[in-house]
Design a protein around this ligand. Structure first.
Ligand code: ADP
Ligand code: TRP
Length: 327
């Protein structure tokens, strides 16, 4: 049997996940752990550019670990670890900094966006792509599944690998970005893209009353009960994602031919959404109740990740000429 390919992806511990994140990204992570040798890294040092309250950062790291365990990442099948548990990441970042130019980093989208907001940009944000390059290259992944917005960062990692290989000899495998297949953009409760930044989300672990509140406020047009309705509308798209085939068939029929008003369509969506979210929420509750287990999972993941990264880093130290004694 052909050997499994390796995958690495990073998750920034900021904000709470919503169903747009789930369908757009998280679901693929769970599916891919079956067929890839998978590393899922919580990018806590990356979060430091925007989160400088220790309590908040600690809570975010723990929350994101619980979230991913709750949706089905299985530590028996993949390595879940925290970036800061593998100090080789920051060590290699320095080495990459020394072979990378300022003008190259100035092309980064994230840096340009920060500049455009007229911010006095911190050096961490400027250097973000180099830390991300080390995240990737220390694990020799074949693929890096990311959203389209991260494609440039994976290209930076490839360029940096090539540059290092040119200077010091062949060392790094060039990773390929794997852009999440276009599941389409999941709309939020206001019809724009669902996003933490727009306050239009349905939380992936929302309580029933929160689900209800979010869905009941979705704006609708003035089509009456007997009229056919617009299949591009938020309610229809969300039904399609979360309703059972039997429920969705009824909804589809009503959108095609009329026969149901928006109030009923919304009520049915609340029920479907609750059935979809409840298992996640319950699993999350029991995982969160056993914090020790989550911490042990992360600690063990950290050890497994470090066992891969440390020998690679040792080889790099030798290549660049800082080790005086062969170990
Ligand atoms: P947000 O816009 O809420 O801040 P992020 O930018 O953190 O979300 O996105 C995390 C991942 O979830 C990315 O891979 C992104 O492509 C995916 N994602 C976010 N919002 C949506 C959405 N509305 N529809 C589909 N995928 C999404
Ligand atoms: N920059 C990514 C984001 O903002 C997170 C990330 C950090 C990452 N290191 C990574 C993604 C390595 C893929 C591979 O979403």
């Amino acid at each position: 049997m052909a050997e499994k390919k390796t995958l690495l992806s990073g998750i920034k511990p900021t904000g709470r996940p919503h169903i747009g994140n789930y369908f757009g990204a998280m679901r693929q992570f769970v599916e891919m752990q079956e067929s890839y040798n998978s590393f899922y890294m919580i990018a806590d040092y990356h979060a430091l550019t925007s989160m400088q309250h220790p309590e908040e950062l600690r809570a975010s790291i723990l929350n994101i670990a619980i979230d991913y365990l709750a949706i089905g990442l299985d530590p028996q099948k993949c390595v879940i670890f925290k970036q800061s548990d593998v100090p080789e990441h920051t060590e290699l970042t320095w080495i990459f900094n020394c072979i990378t130019t300022v003008s190259y980093l100035m092309r980064g989208h994230a840096y340009k966006d920060a500049l455009a907001k007229n911010k006095d940009v911190d050096a961490g944000t400027f250097d973000y792509p180099m830390l991300m390059a080390t995240d990737i290259l220390l694990y020799s992944p074949d693929v890096v599944p990311v959203g389209a917005d991260q494609k440039q960062h994976v290209e930076f990692a490839r360029d940096t690998a090539e540059k290092f290989n040119r200077i010091y000899g062949n060392t790094f495998k060039l990773p390929e970005p794997l852009i999440h297949p276009d599941v389409g953009t999941i709309p939020g409760t206001d019809g724009q893209k669902m996003s933490k930044s727009y306050n239009n989300t349905i939380g992936l672990f929302a309580e029933k009353n929160e689900i209800e509140k979010a869905i009941m406020k979705i704006p609708t047009d003035s089509h009456g009960i007997d009229e056919s309705k617009d299949k591009t509308s938020v309610l229809y798209v969300l039904h399609k994602l979360v309703s059972s085939p039997a429920v969705f068939q009824k909804i589809d029929h009503a959108y095609e031919n009329g026969g149901m008003g928006y109030h009923d369509i919304k009520r049915m969506l609340v029920e479907s959404m609750e059935s979809f979210i409840m298992p996640f929420r319950e699993r999350r509750g029991s995982i969160a109740a056993d914090q020790k287990h989550v911490l042990t999972t992360l600690a063990e993941g950290g050890k497994k990740a470090r066992a891969v990264a440390a020998p690679i880093m040792q080889g790099i130290r030798e290549k660049i000429g800082v080790t005086l004694y062969p170990l």
